[in-house]
Design a protein around this ligand. Structure first.
Ligand code: FEO
Length: 399
């Protein structure tokens, strides 16, 4: 199995998950990688491990670089099982003298594996550790992605090992950002941010400020998923700054489902109104769109418009799925609207408006419901709804 020296005496020894298609409800159509790095200094140090099903890949790769003997240190930047599932195998094979991690990570690892006798050594922000010719500096990054998460910065190598941050679920044979299709790389980075990091955007902004204040000289960022950033370090830092600060454009996501076609027809008229005001529109027919792709499009959208007919005094199940998922991720768009057809009760639009309110999205229109099948007049009103949302977006953006 291939390994790769990413910096002098620092080797990628992770695993590639070509088949992964779901990560907590996030569709990972390009698979993923679990990155781990072996540092061959005076202290032989493994940074992170991999998912349990990939233990053999990690052990085989690491043994190519360290054919015999034990590790001195194992650094755990994060306790989630995609990075610690192989810990029992690593501990058996390499018997590290110290397992270095944050206190929250130690607690989580003990709770997952029940192994209080592993040789934990707790570190916090500002602590550093000499490996011999190089020093590792630790920066806790609580909630990015779990309370235990941290970064490890290899000072002399200018290498930031960033755990989940700056990652992508993107399985490739290449390991560096400049070796793959750039638009796919940024698309997968945005999808990862929108589906994993988004609710913690406030913390991202603080972290970016702290990293700047610490004057870390970073020339490579190695996340625990996907490609390693060596050419586009400023670009991914800038993108995280933009995403975290909720920088949106004149764009709307119209997410809708339909029963007999009436709500879809209404959606087309709403979209027409939005376009007339100069907005870029993503028409997300939920019969074909995955919830995680809707979230990716929402990342830079100013407006979120919802359409569903009434079914059993509620809205359609695909809409419920999307809203349950989106609510937790806290999208930063701020203008909304809702529409849908009905036969008798007609509750869906009121409920969709309430859902938008829960996400702190302001309504540009009181909402529009149409009995059974929209008439030409009804479609004009749908277009008006789109125009109202579009105008409010343009007003907000000062365009
Ligand atoms: Fe890649 Fe939060 O684990």
């Amino acid at each position: 199995m291939n390994t790769l020296e990413i910096k002098k005496d620092i080797f990628w020894v992770g695993a590639i998950d070509w088949e992964l298609r779901d990560f907590h409800g996030y569709s990972t159509e390009r698979g993923s990688t679990y990155n781990a790095f072996l540092v061959m200094d005076e202290k032989k140090t493994l940074m992170d491990s991999v998912k349990s099903t990939k233990s053999d890949e990690l052990l085989t790769r690491a043994r190519k670089i360290l054919p015999s003997g034990n590790l001195d240190y194992l650094i755990l930047n994060h306790a989630e099982m995609d990075h610690t599932g192989s810990l029992p195998a690593v501990m058996r094979e390499f018997r590290p003298e110290k397992v270095i991690c944050s206190r929250a990570c130690m607690d989580a690892v003990i709770e997952h594996f029940g192994k209080q006798d592993w040789p934990f050594h707790v570190v916090k922000t500002g602590d550093s550790l000499s490996l011999g010719r190089r020093t590792v500096r630790f920066i806790e990054t609580k909630m990015l992605h779990w309370p235990d998460s941290m970064f490890s910065f290899l000072e002399e190598d200018h290498l930031l090992v960033s755990s989940d941050a700056f990652g992508q679920h993107y399985a490739t044979g290449e390991r560096f950002d400049d070796e793959v299709d750039q638009s796919e790389l940024m698309k997968q980075s945005a999808k990862y941010y929108a589906n994993i990091i988004l609710p913690y955007s406030g913390l991202v902004l603080k972290l970016l400020e702290n990293v700047k204040a610490m004057k870390l000289e970073i020339d490579m960022i190695a996340p625990d998923h996907g490609l390693i950033w060596r050419k586009n370090v400023p670009a991914i830092l800038q993108a995280y700054g933009d995403w975290a600060s909720g920088k949106v454009k004149a764009k709307a996501v119209v997410a809708y489902d339909t029963m007999w076609g009436s709500t879809a027809t209404m959606a087309h008229a709403v979209i027409d109104g939005l376009i007339s005001q100069g907005l870029q529109v993503k028409a997300a027919d939920l019969k074909g769109w995955h919830r995680s792709d809707v979230m990716t499009e929402l990342l830079d959208s100013a407006a979120f418009v919802l359409g569903s007919p009434t079914l059993n005094n509620g809205y359609l199940p695909r809409m419920a799925d999307l809203l349950c998922y989106a609510r937790g991720l806290k999208p930063m768009c701020s203008v909304g609207g809702a529409f849908g057809s009905y036969g008798w009760g007609g509750e869906s639009v009121k409920l969709l408006n309430e859902e938008l309110g829960r996400m702190k999205i302001d309504l540009a229109h009181e909402g529009l419901k149409v009995k059974y099948v929209p008439s030409r007049d009804d479609l004009d009103k749908c277009r008006e709804l789109g125009i109202s949302v579009g105008r409010k977006v343009m007003e907000m953006l000062g365009a």
